[in-house]
Design a protein around this ligand. Structure first.
Ligand code: GTP
Ligand code: MG
Length: 219
């Protein structure tokens, strides 16, 4: 089922050769459950994090498109599993956020179940970019997600987001505090900003590394 999220028709969703002639990236589909089949079968790299942490913005920054994945000031924008084909080599996956306290209860449950199902069963999942806001303490939901990923033994890279919100010294300090709180090292982390493009090249390399290191079967 190729169930698209509502989008204004004029909204750009990444046809071939648009914007800056970068790597071709196309929107594949939006899926309400984790058992969708993609053709061709390719490894997937998913962006995971609490609502409003900047997942959709970071995907746009990584692929160099301004409005491929839909972003919003209001938390809870991404409601399905959105898949983008990057150059026929791998899929980038924009997930709904977790932990949005003001979302309706049934929505919260649905997102949580969808994330759990996707993260714990999805076969072609090569690795996860786990987003953490530079200004926030990791939440109970963050820790729960981390436990789920650890259980499956998936490669994880922590992306500290919105680094532009803090000055240089403060952001390094915060990054260290966050890593300590989630039990990860600096080698497993990149400090990013979709706004200033800080850390974006490093993140691109990390995504490529996850894809190259993938040894599973996407079929
Ligand atoms: N200052 C700053 N703002 C950012 C950055 N990245 C995202 N934002 C803002 O944060 C808000 C949420 O961004 P999204 O990319 O929609 O976040 P999301 O994690 O996809 O949110 P959901 O889909 O609702 O879970 C938007 O207002 C963005 O403009 C960043 O690097 N710096
Ligand atoms: Mg989003």
């Amino acid at each position: 089922m190729h169930h698209r999220e509502e989008a204004p028709a004029r909204r750009h969703r990444g046809g071939p050769g648009q914007e800056r002639g970068l790597t071709p990236v196309t929107f594949v589909g939006s899926y309400p459950a984790a058992d969708f089949r993609l053709r061709p079968p390719l490894p997937e790299v998913a962006f995971l994090g609490r609502s409003n942490v900047g997942k959709s913005s970071l995907i746009n920054a990584v692929v160099g498109r301004r409005a491929l994945a839909h972003t919003s000031k209001t938390p809870g924008k991404t409601k399905m599993v959105n898949v983008f084909d990057v150059d026929g080599r791998y899929y980038l996956v924009d997930l709904p956020g977790y932990g949005y306290a003001r979302a309706a209860k049934p929505d919260r449950r649905r997102f949580r179940d969808l994330l759990r199902e996707y993260l714990s069963t999805r076969e072609p999942l090569a690795g996860v970019i786990w987003l953490l806001d530079v200004r926030r303490e990791p939440s109970a939901d963050d820790h729960e997600m981390a436990a789920l990923l650890a259980e499956r033994g998936l490669p994880i890279l922590a992306a500290i987001t919105k680094a532009d919100k803090l000055g240089r010294g403060r952001r390094t300090e915060r990054a260290q505090e966050i890593l300590k709180a989630v039990g990860m090292t600096e080698e497993q982390c990149v400090v990013t900003s979709s706004r200033t493009r800080e850390g974006i090249e490093q993140l691109q390399e990390a995504v490529a590394g996850l894809v190259d290191g993938w040894s599973g079967s996407a079929a």
